[in-house]
Design a binder for this molecule. Structure first.
Ligand code: AMP
Ligand code: ZN
Length: 485
């Protein structure tokens, strides 16, 4: 109908599901064009596992999508470098706690680097002790905290009327039931801001004697130190909603006297194995460095993003194998499109175009953005990209399809801006890809030696297996998978 060939529309508004209120809301940062994001980082007492990787890759992709949409994103992700678990591990090994911290923060940074996760600032708790003390003093002055006889300081949850709103877990009846846990705390849900020193533990001097910070206070202090008293996104795994984030929110809104402290609370679902949360305490972890070695960082990253960040993602070898072949297919299609763009003649634009194909590619482009704008749904976004791969593969785009190729190239580039999985290494990452590359190389050599019979046989045998070889002028051969899904 009509003569609209293609229609270039605006991109959809970004909507996010806010854990606070469990509502989908339009995304509007406090300051136009700028997004301030804080993600709770690791406690560095052991190797990173792929559950950690899931959460950090998810927020990296969220950040990348916001950047793609023109926001300047400032991303802070802390390192908890003093904690019961670190002290316990140091005691078990008979080493200084700082050694433990050094060893495992190295492991964490290696994981970030190989998974292509970028963070702007990694603040550490022990570099912020004086600010933490100041914050706690402020809470005491404002009547939100009290010093217990031991020298520990607790937040008084009864002074903050919004306690429990984020997690929805805390009801007054529950408070009464748990009264037997009261010891030096006045209320069962009161939590430690400062922990009094016990022999054998590291300590810092404070107005309440020797001690160290409680866990929750660090994130309130370090987020405001780098992002201000209010900011846009606060993220972490769903296990942090209660008590960690509930407590962070209580102390921050009490201290700054401003609401909301955080505009959007985003939480990742668990990475599970046989349906159980992957965690050190259950002993079912797959270390991130092992997984990276086995499948390669890009395949791992693609798999981690193959589910929406809020849903559960269950590990299986098959799922990773599937991700490997998905990646190879996207890569081959993206390469084919790049080549076409390089060789097509722009002046032919739209003339010999297969309009149906061009429109399907544009639909895929919008479907990608619709999915990403809908609470960063990477699962649906990936499906849109695979649809474009199918269009590209169904029938090689004719060289006249300059516009179609341009749209496809743009989709693959924007996809990669967010997913960050395409690259030269990906095609040669796994044994399968390496084997195909090897056969391609052998065949090129045979052709160079004019042994065309054998070269053609390899080509046709590979073709039967669903691996298509494409020879380009200049002697370069590109391969791709032609099998339907
Ligand atoms: P931790 O070192 O346990 O404090 O965890 C650091 C971050 O990784 C937190 O945001 C956790 O919620 C997240 N995390 C830990 N285990 C998993 C898992 N199995 N799935 C998803 N996120 C996780
Ligand atoms: Zn935190």
């Amino acid at each position: 109908m009509g003569f609209t060939v293609i229609e270039w529309r605006g991109l959809p508004k970004i909507r996010v599901r806010n854990t606070l209120g469990n509502r989908v809301e339009e995304f509007h940062p406090l300051e136009p064009g700028i997004v301030r994001m804080y993600v709770c980082g690791p406690t560095v007492y052991d190797h990173m596992h792929i559950g950690h990787a899931r959460t950090y890759v998810a927020f990296d992709a969220i950040k990348r999508y916001l950047q793609l949409r023109g926001y300047s994103v400032f991303h802070v992700q802390n390192i908890t470098d003093i904690d019961d678990k670190i002290i316990r591990k140091a005691n078990e090994e008979g080493r200084d706690w700082r050694e433990i911290v050094d060893r495992y923060s190295k492991d964490y940074f290696e994981m970030l680097r190989s998974l292509g996760i970028t963070v702007d600032i990694h603040p550490r708790v022990t570099d912020h002790i004086s600010e933490i003390i100041e914050f706690i003093e402020g809470l005491i002055e404002k009547g939100h905290a009290y010093v217990a006889p031991s020298g520990s300081v607790y937040f008084d949850v009864t002074t903050y009327p919004h306690y429990g709103e984020l997690s929805g877990r805390v009801h007054p009846e529950q408070w009464r039931q748990e009264e037997d846990v009261l010891r030096e705390k006045r209320h069962p849900f009161d939590f430690a801001l400062w922990k009094a020193w016990k022999p054998g533990e590291p300590y810092w001097e404070s107005p309440w004697g020797r001690g160290r910070p409680g866990w929750h206070i660090e994130c309130s202090v370090m987020s405001s130190r780098y992002l201000g008293e209010q900011f846009d996104i606060h993220g972490g795994g769903q296990d942090l909603v209660f008590p960690h984030h509930e407590n962070e929110r209580a102390q921050s809104e009490s201290y700054f006297g401003k609401r909301p402290w955080v505009r959007y609370w985003l939480h990742t679902g668990y990475l599970t194995i046989s349906g159980e949360k992957m965690s050190k305490s259950l002993g079912n972890i797959i270390p991130a460095n092992e997984a990276i070695r086995k499948w390669g960082p890009r395949v791992l990253r693609l798999w981690l993003l193959s589910a929406h960040y809020r849903t559960q993602l269950d590990f299986s070898e098959e799922a990773l194998e599937q991700a490997r072949s998905t990646l190879a297919r996207i890569e081959a299609a993206a390469e084919a499109v790049e080549r076409l763009l390089a060789e097509a003649e722009p002046e032919a634009s739209l003339r010999g175009e297969r309009l149906e194909q061009t429109r399907s590619l544009l639909d895929a482009y919008y479907a990608f953005h619709e999915a990403m704008s809908s609470d960063f749904n990477t699962a649906r976004a990936l499906a849109a990209v695979m649809e474009a791969v199918r269009v590209v593969n169904r029938q090689t785009l004719p060289s006249e399809s300059y516009t179609g190729a341009a749209i496809a190239a743009r989709l693959f580039a924007e996809f990669n801006h967010v997913f960050n999985v395409l690259g030269k290494r990906a095609a040669t990452e796994g044994p399968f890809e390496q084997l195909v590359e090897l056969l391609v190389k052998v065949r090129s050599e045979l052709r160079r030696r004019k042994m065309f019979d054998l070269a053609d046989e390899i080509r046709s045998e590979l073709g039967q297996l669903g691996i298509q070889l494409m020879d380009y002028p200049g002697g370069k051969t590109v391969w791709r998978l032609t099998k339907k899904d």
